[in-house]
Design a binder for this molecule. Structure first.
Ligand SMILES: Nc1ncnc2c1ncn2[C@@H]1O[C@H](COP(=O)(O)OP(=O)(O)OP(=O)(O)O)[C@@H](O)[C@H]1O
Ligand SMILES: [Mg+2]
Length: 372
């Protein structure tokens, strides 16, 4: 099977060097670089015709384990390898812009944004955070919506943050996610009155003075709009990238283009677009209703030249979960909306890795290109 030079598998003895050479020809499906260059293949041990190795993924939320495994098996088979035992491990790459700017242990910071209000930013922010946390990552949420902080309610997080030294404050943890929000610091019934520079100061404090500890992902829930307030927020927080949320009612290229333009001004890439509340999947029959016509979000993403991350169906349980402080990923993990959110979190994690480890793969506004 392997050509006339080999007298059957028994005679071929795989070596560590041979295995490493073969792995140097296996590309990570998303990063398009090989496993050896990326330092993803580690601890190779050859035991007869069995190979043991550790694969260090760039995110615990990796959607492509199966593909990587079968690519490795195909590459090693010609060496006479009969069995490959992979130990999966992960290490989120550090975005130096974040750690350098903040001097804190946050590897990646992602903003969730939209042109319009009420499209589901906070809902998607908390569910993405919980999905990444459940995959095994260390996650925090910074609620940058100072005037309308919704994250504490949606995460069921209560209490006043403690300060061990009078200068730093501890985030409040809920569902395994560390959270900081204006909602913890003010009386929920009193409106927050702040002027622009104070807002800036608070956001900077939320980053620099909160004891986030080591975080793989910090999700930043932005207030709605693309005005000056958002621009200055995006400037005061170093960001790896932004996720845009739209609903089909507001599927307007103008809105999204405006938001993309705003992030461009501050040199923040758009990692992708999420369509929310465009379809309804009947819980009793599983039938799908494309209330606004199919594929609007995907088309919009293509026209705007950004990757499409997926669609979250309309599901009353999302609102119920939001009000009760239990994100749908936890309360109804089998609901189509929860599954969609997990998939979106996984593709986002992959886009983040590409952004940091293969930044030359910039997304160009051609519909057929799937890369960043
Ligand atoms: N897919 C969905 N299905 C059902 N309800 C949803 C869905 N997504 C969001 N909602 C509900 O819509 C309302 C608005 O969502 P959310 O607060 O997340 O939007 P937002 O964009 O953060 O709003 P704001 O601009 O005010 O910050 C909430 O009541 C939420 O529970
Ligand atoms: Mg919100």
């Amino acid at each position: 099977m392997f050509g006339i030079f080999n007298r059957g598998n028994q005679d071929i003895k795989p070596t560590v060097e041979g295995v490493i050479q073969a792995l140097a020809k296996v590309d990570d499906p998303e990063l398009h670089k090989d496993l050896v260059t990326l330092n993803m293949a580690r601890d190779v041990v050859v035991n007869g015709n069995e190979v043991n190795l550790r694969i260090m993924l760039t995110t615990p939320a990796c959607p492509l384990k199966g593909k990587i495994q079968s690519d490795i098996e195909s590459a090693l088979r010609p060496l006479g390898v009969a069995k490959v035992n992979i130990r999966w491990d992960s290490q989120v790459p550090t975005d130096n812009r974040i750690s350098g700017a903040l001097n804190i242990g946050v590897k990646v910071a992602i903003a969730v944004s939209s042109g319009k209000g009420g499209v589901g930013k906070s809902t998607i922010a908390v569910n993405l955070a919980v999905a990444l946390q459940r995959s095994g990552a260390k996650v925090g949420i910074l609620d940058a919506d100072i005037y309308g902080p919704n994250v504490p309610m949606m995460m069921g997080a209560k209490g006043r943050p403690m300060s061990p030294d009078g200068k730093h404050i501890m985030p409040i943890e809920a569902h395994g996610v560390r959270i900081m929000s204006m909602g913890f610091l003010v009386d929920p019934d009193k409106p927050v009155v702040l002027r622009g520079p104070m807002l800036h100061g608070i956001i900077r404090q939320f980053l620099g003075d909160v004891m986030w500890g080591d975080l793989d992902y910090l999700i930043v829930d932005l207030p709605p709009g693309t005005g000056d307030a958002q621009l200055s927020l995006s400037q005061s927080i170093p960001l790896t990238g932004a996720v845009m949320v739209t609903t089909p009612q507001q599927v307007s290229v103008a809105d999204v283009t405006k938001a993309i333009g705003m992030f461009n001004q501050v040199d923040v890439p758009i990692l992708g677009l999420v369509e929310n509340m465009g379809v309804f999947i009947a819980p009793d029959t599983g039938k799908r209703y494309d209330i606004f016509g199919a594929g609007g979000g995907r088309k919009l993403a293509e026209r705007a030249g950004v990757p499409f991350l997926g669609e979250v169906p309309l599901d009353p349980q999302i609102r119920v979960g939001g009000d009760a402080g239990i994100p749908i990923i936890i309360s109804h993990p089998d609901a189509p909306a929860a599954k969609a959110l997990v998939e979106i979190a996984n593709s986002l994690a992959a886009k983040i890795s590409v952004r940091i480890l293969a930044p030359e793969q910039r997304y160009t506004a051609a519909p057929e290109l799937k890369i960043l």
